[in-house]
Design a protein around this ligand. Structure first.
Ligand code: ZN
Length: 94
């Protein structure tokens, strides 16, 4: 079952390059502004993640789809040699 609202976001992604990540973050911001994806209070505010990559060392943002309840985590840790990740967590069956 796919949710029309968040189908473009509900697969796991990694961002090995800054360009890809920047494009993704722009899209994410647009979705949050439109209310299609809701930002939850979490360790990092999306607003603190700047497009120019002058980021906090450790980022962890939480989001959710208001339609289907899928939760998403965006995380990055510049102390670890690992690409930033976008991780969907499917909603529990209701
Ligand atoms: Zn959804």
């Amino acid at each position: 079952m796919t949710c029309k609202n968040c189908t473009s976001m509900n697969q796991k992604r990694q961002f090995p390059s800054k360009g890809e990540l920047t494009r993704f973050l722009r899209r994410l911001r647009t979705l949050v502004e439109d209310g299609r994806i809701v930002e939850f209070p979490s360790f990092t505010d999306l607003a603190d993640v700047e497009d120019d990559a002058s980021w906090p060392d450790v980022i962890e943002c939480q989001f959710g789809c208001p339609d289907c309840g899928t939760e998403f985590t965006f995380k990055a840790n510049s102390h670890h040699n690992k690409a930033p990740q976008w991780l969907p967590k499917r909603a529990k069956l209701r």
